[in-house]
Write a protein that binds this ligand. Sequence first.
Ligand code: URP
Ligand code: ZN
Length: 454
Amino acid sequence: MRTLISGGIVLSAAGAVPADVLIDGEQIAAVGTALGPADQRIDAVGRYVLPGGVDVHTHLELATPNGVACDDFVTGTRAAAYGGTTTIVDYAGHERGEPLLAGLARWQARAAGHAHIDYAFHMMISEVNDQVLAELASLAGAGVTSIKIFMAYPGVYMIDDAQIYRILREAGRLGILTAVHAENGAVIEELRREYVTAGQTGPRYHAASRPALLEGEATGRLIALAELAGAPVYIAHLSAAQALAAVHAARDRGQRVYAETCPQYLFLDEGLLSGPDGARYVCSPPLRTVTAQQALWQGLQRGDLDVVATDHCPFTAAQKARGERDFTLIPNGLHGVEERLVLLYQGVGAGHISLARWVELSATGPARLFGLYPRKGAVVPGADADLVVFDPAAEHTLSAAAHHSAADYSVYEGMTVRGRADVVMQRGEVLVDADGFHGRQGAGQFLRRDLPQA
Ligand code: URP
Ligand code: ZN
């Protein structure tokens, strides 16, 4: 089957060109003019044609101490497709004492036969010992070439500085990229105790116990440990200006430090935690100030931040409400996999970023960093035909009623945005168009990733 997407403006991380896109089977065959013949045609006049979004930070079905994230691989990947994201990299995990590959097998079973879109995995590391370090090579052999470690969540995921150094060194030696949750978990634990003892237990004290200062401190410490280990490092869900400054300084020195922020840190602020449904906005790191948002937009503009991913980890209103009066009981995380592309596009309209940067931050950059490029994240011959036809003029309102996550509320409720993914394709098949959803459960494929060539 050959499909021609005609008359659109093709966007890439390099810019915008008027061109047609010819798809043959699952791949892009050509980009240019006077292409054809084709069996079917999609009219893209007046619209952008861009690579399907690559969201490298999702937590589908994640079991947290206060509840299980409410999107599974069926609902989460369907929501992603509606928003123009055609690839996710989800965080698989293992229990302490459990081999990494056993944990990975559990996540593979959750995704296979369920995912609507293609997926890869990072592995969350719960402990560092000789056994885990020895297993990293087989993890890469299984197609998982990135891991996540935690400087937060003591008793669950947190590892100490010596362990961070050890795993960074081994991962770096193997060519595995380490993503890090950089908040000072030990001091946060102390602040949590102080607030609880003082009876200050409303949702806003979740944020108060995780100050920007401690994200900045952890990020700076991590960067020093990575330098010592001679390893690249990827800061996940960066939210604080202090952390951004540490990244900026390290990159100026030529260190291989990469960083991601998320839509919630660009569009929502800490004031929401003091509102009537404050618990619904609890995530870690927490929402910050409006000033921090401005710093993040500058970071995206300047190139200090490489990726906008979502940290999609949704819960229902009832799950969140359990901790209304005690922030230590609120499950941490927000939805966003469906809204990411259009939210970031608002940054184009506001003059914060260019169209090329929009594509780079949401597709090309993450695909490159995590070993998926050029199969994903590019509109070039030979790439998978994962494409979005995006109407830049369509105005609509974000709401729980209109979104497709299993979360029954929206943190963006009532926000009017410009732009919409009208047609979404994965490997040449239409997932979403004006007639609705055509995706198939289980059509999503596991994306094995190779280690970078030495
Ligand atoms: O609040 C968040 N971010 N929950 C998901 C787990 C994590 O730390 O990424
Ligand atoms: Zn995290």
